[in-house]
Design a protein around this ligand. Structure first.
Ligand SMILES: Cc1ncc(COP(=O)(O)O)c(C=O)c1O
Length: 390
């Protein structure tokens, strides 16, 4: 058994201190549970930053990875691969029908960079409209598209041509949507921004505006994708007014923890992309592809989409009993619980009671991004620990 203190001391000595860490040394995971190096057990309602969609170490994913690791870890896109063919086919098969082609990369920020580049290539224009409160990643173009708190300034000098609109306000978008706008990109539910969602009409109006002015619509579904909302994607969902964008970007839960990102694009976008226009060494590697296929299969086999919808309804009903909760924002298992007071104290108390949750840029909002296999029993445990007056 290794103490948290000794692990933390070594890590702090040799790793750059870029994150404020919880006093936990994660050693093993199973479903919604994280087991620590000193024998403790935590209920994980944060999913390692929304990554553990299938839960920690889902046996179907682990077996697929073991098998693939014994066959071929990696070869680039210069060769065909059964693992890649299966992953691309599976991913496209669960996407809204208009999105017919996948491009694989390694992370969310990279997926967004490639999506913006494709939009510029397809339109011959340069500007990108994104929204206040949105987060799109930390590489140059994505951080320049991120109008949230301190992030954009960290990316200085920013890439030119990024314009900021108000989330949920179509007039603010219309005003900016001039002749040089290539794309409108949004997190359809702003996660880090405090779990903010717009009315279905907003998404419909965005689609109409893009169609009218020849602008590419990009949904950053790095968090909302791969089952988190109780649907495979926010794109095409009833909550989003049935709107299907031209490009959807994915990462996080797509590989159950193996780094992988993707862009799903429609035929119109695909027709503008030629050999060598985009590229990546690691994107589409066999290990990541095996993870994608197994992740999507596991979600299907275990009926996780239905589970998310059922358990979300239960969680919402249970939270009505908690006096300090004033609202529950979001959809499925991307939930922002708004407290009457600062949520940081709740976050701390829950951690003391061995429950991991997340905060957001709204100090009153506690964020939940649990594995899609969370059950009513886990919800009961969370509600009991949350309700100080209960
Ligand atoms: C909505 C959204 N887009 C993009 C990213 C960037 O993804 P990555 O950290 O994999 O680059 C994140 C990461 O938190 C995100 O939440």
């Amino acid at each position: 058994m290794e103490s948290v203190l000794s692990v933390a001391n070594t890590e702090d000595q040799f790793q750059l201190a870029t994150y404020k860490k919880m006093p936990i040394a994660a050693e093993r995971g199973e479903g919604v549970w994280i087991y620590t190096s000193d024998g403790d057990k935590y209920l994980d309602l944060y999913g390692g930053h929304a990554v553990a969609g299938t839960g920690h170490c889902h046996p179907h994913v682990v077996n697929a990875l073991r098998q693939q690791a014994g066959e071929l870890l990696f070869y680039s896109n210069l060769v065909y691969s059964g693992a890649r063919a299966r992953a691309a086919e599976k991913l496209v098969s669960i996407a809204p029908p208009a999105l017919t082609k996948a491009f694989f990369c390694n992370s969310g920020t990279e997926a967004n960079e490639n999506a913006m580049r494709m939009a510029r290539m397809a339109t011959g224009r340069e500007q990108i409209i994104t929204f206040s409160g949105g987060f799109h990643g930390r590489t140059a173009d994505s951080i320049s598209a991120t109008f949230l708190g301190k992030y954009r300034a960290l990316g200085k000098p920013n890439v030119p041509g990024h314009l900021e609109a108000d989330f949920g306000n179509i007039d603010s978008v219309r005003e900016l949507a001039g002749e040089n706008v290539a794309a409108i990109m949004l997190e359809p539910i702003q996660s880090m921004g405090g779990v903010r969602m717009a009315q279905p009409d907003f998404y419909r109006s965005l689609r109409a505006l893009c169609d009218e002015r020849g602008i590419v619509l990009i949904y950053d579904e790095v968090q909302t994708g791969v089952g988190r909302t109780g649907e495979w994607f926010f794109a095409g969902s009833a909550a989003g007014g049935g709107v299907v964008p031209d490009i959807v970007t994915l990462a996080k839960a797509l590989g159950s923890g193996v780094p992988v990102g993707a862009c799903l694009v429609n035929e119109a976008i695909a027709s503008h992309i030629k050999e060598n226009d985009l590229g990546t060494t690691f994107g589409g590697g066999m290990l990541a592809m095996a993870a994608v296929t197994a992740t999507l299969e596991a979600i299907e086999m275990d009926g996780m989409l239905e589970n998310v919808r059922r358990v979300e309804a239960y969680l919402r009903s249970r939270l009505r009993e908690v006096k300090q909760v004033v609202a529950v924002h979001g959809l499925g298992f991307l939930l922002g619980i708004e407290f009457s007071d600062n949520a940081a104290a709740v976050h701390k108390r829950l951690l003391e009671r061995k429950i991991i949750t997340g905060t957001s840029s709204n100090p009153k909002v506690l964020r939940l991004l649990p594995p899609l296999c969370l059950t009513e029993e886990h919800v009961d445990q969370f509600v009991l620990a949350t309700d100080v007056h209960g």
